[in-house]
Design a protein. Structure first.
Length: 554
């Protein structure tokens, strides 16, 4: 970014006035609760809406910033820094979505009712005597995801959005990774939202008889027989109604499409600022790139990194100056110079330098194959044919690392940058009709320490490709059905890796891991994987498995 833009921003000069527990009537008579924080002077100001099921009251519980902690349940403190924006001449409205917190109605999980409610809230805000008619939205994660969804409803007074850490494909980027249920996240998530009782939403998409039939079939499946927790969720749907939905509907379709902004990018006409960290592989990272490609409006994208791998500290207050710069431009008409700069700004990891770009993927990319070699090497040439194998362990002791295969390159003889999307073309056979492939690309320093570069996932029975939507560097799976794998037959699996940027420095090596279950059972990110002991045989060398990576010439 160019120097000196901070001096163009709105200065802090207002104190804060609170108006809590406002009730806003929706089209069907349901009332949504919101807190209004505004400058303590007469006048009209632009407004920012923060909208989620996390409970409006908890957004300002503490001024102390702490790492994300499932134990403390502070993950939902993501509405933004109220005092920062109000002091600079904005109204901040924090609202509970339908069926959550102090709002009436039944929770709709980012569905059409919640999207329409967001539109009506925007218009209510614009009509208030303290608002000048210019409205934006503020917040990360859930607060960011709903920005796309609400913008697609085209409220007339919503002038710009800034989704920060926001997935755009509910199936692929949130609930299922490559067809593998993102089980760990939704175990803990349901316990941290302010949602009362609700009927599973899948009943609005499927006939009750079909749901009952699916549940009976699932109860006999190895995954459910192996998991008392999932058995309970299926037998008692109201314990965790969303988990019930996800297990009953394991394929992409109308349930997920309704909650995926990627299906409605063409309806978003206002300016959009996309921001996300490189390490958000498990949920938000691909959403920024998908939105960048799909949105046909004025847009900017900034990809950064955070100190903690789990993301920004909570309450979330990162990059508020950049967000203020964005909204000063679009809501106040201040020329902050933001739109005069390059549309994409990337933090290039490894060398930790910022760089301006104008397109994604980068036009100068040299797509480079890196082959797996039997015995554990990674080479930039095919090499001779061979194979390696491993077995998963469905009953692994907690804390123990799961079985895997590792492939490592020679030390790089010069700094070598890879930035862009990537894919892994796996040639393999299994001795059961299904498994889960989980792959990790890492950077290994000369002292042996490692750091994650990117990840990928694919359920073997979801290997079918959508040829029309696939690119060599971004395979696309429809995830519309399971096709059992022919036992002991070598097949090719095209596995999408999350977008990444890494300069492998001189002396560093590239490490690639292949597993059939998560490396360890982390508190948030673990998947429903293979419940049967399965032998996985990987074909290496010529005509075998390889990575397709985005080499950026020096």
């Amino acid at each position: 970014m160019k120097e000196g833009w901070q001096q163009r921003l709105s200065p802090p000069k207002f104190n804060l006035k609170e108006e809590r527990d406002q009730q806003v009537r929706m089209r069907d008579g349901v009332h949504l609760a919101c807190d209004v924080f505004r400058p303590d002077v007469a006048g009209r100001f632009p407004a920012l809406l923060s909208y989620s099921p996390y409970g409006k009251d908890v957004q300002r519980i503490t001024d102390d910033r702490r790492p994300l902690s499932p134990r403390h349940g502070n993950g939902g403190q993501e509405a933004g820094d109220t005092r920062y924006f109000v002091s600079r001449g904005y109204v901040h409205v924090i609202a509970d979505v339908r069926g959550s917190g102090d709002s009436e109605g039944e929770y709709n999980f980012q569905g059409r009712e919640e999207q329409q409610d967001g539109k009506e809230l925007i218009e209510w805000i614009a009509s208030q005597p303290w608002c000048d008619g210019n409205v934006g939205m503020l917040g990360m994660s859930y607060f960011g995801v709903v920005q796309h969804l609400v913008a697609a409803q085209q409220p007339p007074h919503l002038k710009a959005i800034a989704p920060y850490e926001a997935y755009t494909d509910r199936y692929r980027q949130s609930v299922y990774h490559g067809g593998l249920l993102n089980e760990g996240f939704f175990h803990q998530w349901w316990g941290h939202v302010s949602i009362g009782e609700m009927q599973p939403l899948i009943f609005k998409h499927l006939p009750e008889a079909e749901i009952r039939q699916r549940v009976q079939s699932l109860m006999r499946s190895p995954e459910i027989e192996d998991s008392p927790y999932l058995h309970i969720q299926l037998k008692y749907p109201h314990k965790n109604p969303l988990m019930f939905d996800f297990v009953v509907e394991p394929n992409d379709g109308p349930y997920y499409h309704e909650r995926s902004s990627c299906t409605m990018f063409d309806r978003i006409k206002i300016p959009v600022l996309l921001m996300v960290r490189w390490s958000a592989w498990d949920i938000h990272l691909p959403g920024a790139f998908q939105a960048w490609e799909g949105l046909k409006t004025k847009k900017k994208m900034i990809i950064f990194e955070t100190t903690q791998a789990t993301g920004p500290q909570r309450p979330w207050r990162d990059h508020q100056d950049i967000l203020l710069r964005w909204y000063d431009h679009w809501l106040k008409g201040n020329d902050t110079g933001m739109m005069d700069e390059a549309p994409i700004q990337l933090l290039i990891k490894g060398r930790n330098e910022w760089r301006d770009e104008r397109e994604w993927p980068l036009a100068r990319t040299q797509w480079t194959k890196v082959w797996l070699q039997s015995g554990g090497a990674l080479e930039f040439s095919p090499g001779k044919e061979g194979q390696d194998s491993f077995e998963n362990d469905p009953y692994i002791v907690p804390g123990k690392t799961s079985p895997s295969l590792h492939y490592t390159s020679k030390p790089f003889d010069k700094d070598t940058e890879f930035t862009g999307p990537a894919a892994f073309y796996l040639s393999a056979a299994i001795d059961q009709p299904d498994t889960g492939w989980i792959v990790n690309l890492k950077d290994v320093a000369p002292d042996g320490s490692t750091r994650m570069v990117t990840k990928g996932w694919l359920r073997a029975s979801h290997r079918k490709l959508d040829e029309a939507r696939s690119k060599s560097f971004r395979p696309y799976h429809p995830h519309d059905r399971r096709d059992p794998v022919p036992v002991n037959q070598v097949l090719e699996y095209a596995i999408e890796l999350r977008e990444f940027s890494m300069t492998f420095q001189t002396g560093h090596r590239m490490l690639f891991e292949i597993r059939a279950q998560d490396a360890v059972e982390e508190p948030i990110w673990y998947h429903q994987t293979n419940a049967r002991r399965t032998r996985h045989t990987i074909q290496c060398g010529k005509n075998g498995s390889y990575l397709l990576l985005p080499l950026i010439p020096g």
